[in-house]
Design a protein around this ligand. Structure first.
Ligand SMILES: CC(C)(COP(=O)(O)OP(=O)(O)OC[C@H]1O[C@@H](n2cnc3c(N)ncnc32)[C@H](O)[C@@H]1OP(=O)(O)O)[C@@H](O)C(=O)NCCC(=O)NCCS
Length: 173
């Protein structure tokens, strides 16, 4: 489990289990504004299960984000190392904060906590991500958290157009 601190409140980030699926679906429902930017606008259990399966296939850790009293407020999916066969690369593949909990610094705290977890593997030097070009809020968020755009916009298999993002891990020596 990863802990993230946001002001005086501690958040828990832990891999989703079977028991968490309904809570994850609720988070997806509270992110339908984001889903509407992609191919399927309505959240469903099939969508949740597909995302978890996809994460598993690429060596990911699909996590729920919870308040200290157990309320689900988001999801984050990351590949800790060996992303796309590169031992030095990790990926922050998905981050969704439920709409009532945005703009409070939670997204940034979660990214920093996951990056810290990733950085414990000293082989990993870089974290990759991606953002749809029709999501300017997320683009601003990723750039503010230190990610830079490293590709031209390109059409992905799910028919969204996105740019690749990268942040190098800054280890204190
Ligand atoms: C993008 C996303 C993950 C950001 O999460 P978040 O929790 O809202 O992020 P933060 O609160 O850390 O930062 C968001 C904004 O809130 C502001 N903020 C942070 N703490 C704040 C506070 N205490 N009071 C007021 N504003 C605050 C930040 O300055 C930031 O502004 P900026 O993005 O214009 O620079 C979230 O909006 C989200 O889940 N969106 C839908 C899904 C999505 O787009 N995911 C990304 C896909 S690539």
């Amino acid at each position: 489990m990863i802990s993230a601190k946001i002001r005086d409140n501690v958040l828990e980030i832990r891999p989703v289990t079977q028991d968490d699926l309904d809570a994850v679906l609720e988070v997806y429902r509270l992110c339908e504004d984001f889903l509407a930017l992609g191919p399927v606008a309505t959240a469903s259990m099939d969508m949740v299960l597909e995302d978890i399966e996809m994460s598993k296939k690429q060596g990911g850790v699909f996590c729920g984000i919870y308040t200290a009293d157990g309320k689900p407020i988001g999801v984050v999916d990351y590949v800790p190392n060996n992303y796309q066969g590169n031992p030095q690369a990790a990926c922050l593949c998905l981050l969704m904060i439920a709409s009532p909990f945005r703009n409070q610094g939670i997204g940034k705290a979660v990214v920093e906590a996951v990056e810290y977890e990733i950085s414990k593997d000293t082989r990993v030097t870089t974290v990759l991500s991606g953002v749809q070009v029709n999501n300017p809020r997320a683009m601003r968020f990723w750039q503010r958290t230190g990610y830079r755009v490293i590709s031209e916009p390109r059409l992905r298999p799910d028919q969204t157009t996105a740019v690749d993002l990268q942040k190098d891990i800054n280890r204190m020596v």
